[in-house]
Write a protein that binds this ligand. Structure first.
Ligand code: B12
Ligand code: SF4
Length: 472
């Protein structure tokens, strides 16, 4: 039987980005996870709708009233709420509100934090089921089943109060995934930061899932370590569908490892060129510095890529070793200079206060950022996301100070999350702010950025961001 399901995105962007030092980089695009679920639901005959409370929150709308109005109008059979660690608490409040407005609506939670903590998520009567991990097919099966608790990948609380939480096998054939349902979103309400955007509207695409590496701070709860990929044909079909069917004018690739299989990545670019499906795109989530070569950069450029993000993390080889990155500074130097040689913008992710960091190694990281002189350098505070090796390391030593997950945000220093083995939080905060000042207030950078923004038309936005940033 056809069912109405309301897919809800909880607020997050305001606290995670807009109230922090990196507000200039805040990305506000439609959730790919919800679009993927919507596509799968539509493909099996259901009627999905999205309620994006994050966008409503940014716009200053009253999210509680909006939720109420939407539920009373749409009368969903089920509500599906997504969450990651910092938005989980808010997602639980939304679950309670849904039940208060409409007790007969089935409430299903999914996403990384609910998957990691099904017991806690099912602790109240407000959540009926948790969909564990990848749920593209789980959610349809759950809605179609007379015994939802028995559907593989569904966690629920039994009559005895016990929670059964068995994961479903990962999806092998990613070409079998239906196209994401972008029609559920009002694309006019979304935008990237001008730092990572050329044209609007932009949209996320995933071409693969899983990453074989094991960086200690990275959460692998959903897609795991096995690399699985869509075929080049499917990827280019999907890009074409985004452009022609939905009017996207730019794409942002969110794969953990777009170039894990370099031959496939090159094939995708070649096919984009051959089929004339070139479009401005960036490698938003970063590629590994050891998975890029000259030919790849040439193909990136020809296919429309203008910006490559790289996970640099640290400017100290011993610290890089300690986080099991499997890369050293020379690998990173090589990748950055290759990208620059081919005229690609570079975006570097750096982490301040990794467990082995000291004041001196953080200064190495700042110096390395200056040496690399990338188009954008983004500094994050090392956050031990639950389930990561880093969390286990700190927690087993009794160093984790709070499990208030709403505070697990990469760019906030106002509340200490853990006791760092070598540094106090005052010092972490001081070094974090110093990193931005030393990298961005260099005359060489300012002059270069000025000409860059003249060329790309971002001069006024750059000037405003510069003036509104908190440098101290
Ligand atoms: C793109 C991305 C972003 C984007 C947009 C996220 C979005 N809302 O769409 C941006 C840049 C905004 C972002 C920001 C952050 N991100 Co992010 N992000 C990603 C990334 C790279 C891809 C996410 C994605 O679209 N995947 C593809 C879709 C299809 O997968 P999915 O969303 O997981 O959905 C599937 C399942 O989870 C499940 N599912 C999800 N929701 C629901 C709901 C229901 C009802 C059901 C049934 C199932 C279900 O089914 C889906 C289909 O299989 C992931 C890494 C990764 N590889 O997943 C990190 C990741 C999700 N991000 C992460 C983090 C930590 C953050 C930040 C907190 C970092 C920070 N700055 O502090 C912020 C928070 C932002 C916010 N607004 O709250 C972590 C989350 C870890 C955790 N424990 O929470 C991840 C896993 C990275 C990592 N490996 O550590 N992120
Ligand atoms: S940080 Fe990147 S390379 Fe490291 S495990 Fe996560 S996705 Fe893989």
């Amino acid at each position: 039987m056809k069912k109405r399901i309301l897919l809800i995105n909880p607020p997050g962007t305001r606290r995670v980005y807009l109230e922090t030092n990196v507000k200039v980089g805040a990305p506000v695009l439609p959730s790919l996870g919800l679009a993927a679920l919507g596509g799968a639901l539509a493909a099996c005959g259901h009627s999905p709708r999205v309620l994006d409370l994050d966008v409503a929150d940014i716009a200053g709308e009253h999210t509680g009233a909006l939720l109420r109005k939407t539920i009373l109008e749409f009368e969903p059979d089920a509500a599906g709420i997504t969450s990651i660690t910092p938005t989980w608490r808010g997602a639980m409040d939304i679950a309670a509100a849904v039940k208060a407005i409409s007790p007969e609506t089935t409430v299903i939670c999914g996403g990384v934090h609910a998957t990691r903590f099904p017991e806690e998520t099912l602790a109240t009567d407000c959540v009926d089921y948790v969909a564990l991990g990848e749920s593209d097919f789980t959610l349809c099966d759950l809605l179609d089943s007379d015994a939802p608790a028995a559907v593989p990948g569904v966690a629920s609380r039994g009559a005895d109060g016990e929670v059964s939480a068995e994961r479903r096998a990962l999806i092998d054939d990613l070409d079998s995934l239906p196209m994401p349902a972008w029609e559920m979103f009002d694309l006019g309400r979304y935008h990237m930061s001008h730092l990572t955007e050329r044209r609007r509207p932009g949209g996320y695409i995933e071409t693969s899932r899983g990453c074989p590496f094991g960086c200690i701070y990275c959460d692998k709860t959903i897609f795991g370590r096995r690399f699985r990929a869509k075929s080049a044909e499917r990827v280019v079909d999907e890009i074409e569908y985004m452009i022609r069917r939905h009017g996207f004018r730019e794409i942002h690739i969110v794969d953990d490892g777009f170039t894990t299989n370099l031959a496939r990545a090159k094939e995708i670019c070649r096919l984009m060129i051959d089929r004339n499906v070139t479009i401005p795109f960036n490698l938003f989530n970063g590629i590994r510095a050891d998975r890029v070569d000259d030919e790849m950069c040439v193909l990136f450029r020809r296919a429309g890529c203008y910006q490559v993000a790289l996970g640099v993390e640290s400017g100290n080889d011993a610290v890089l070793d300690s986080v099991s990155k499997g890369l050293n500074k020379d690998d990173i130097r090589r990748a950055v200079s290759l990208c620059k040689k081919h005229g690609l913008e570079t975006f570097g992710f750096f982490i301040v206060a990794l467990p082995e960091d000291t004041r001196a190694t953080i200064m190495d990281t700042i110096d390395f950022a200056i040496e690399l002189d990338m188009t954008i350098s983004k500094f994050d505070i090392a956050v031990p996301l639950p389930g990561t090796v880093m969390f286990e390391q700190l927690d087993s030593r009794g160093l984790v100070r709070t499990k208030d997950w709403s505070r697990y945000i990469f760019h906030r220093t106002d509340v200490p999350l853990y006791d760092h083995p070598n540094l106090g939080w005052d010092e972490i905060e001081e070094l974090y702010k110093l990193a931005f000042r030393r990298v961005y207030l260099r005359p060489k950078y300012i002059i270069k950025r000025f000409f860059h923004s003249l060329r790309t038309g971002g001069l006024i936005k750059d000037a405003l961001s510069f003036l509104s940033a908190k440098w101290n």
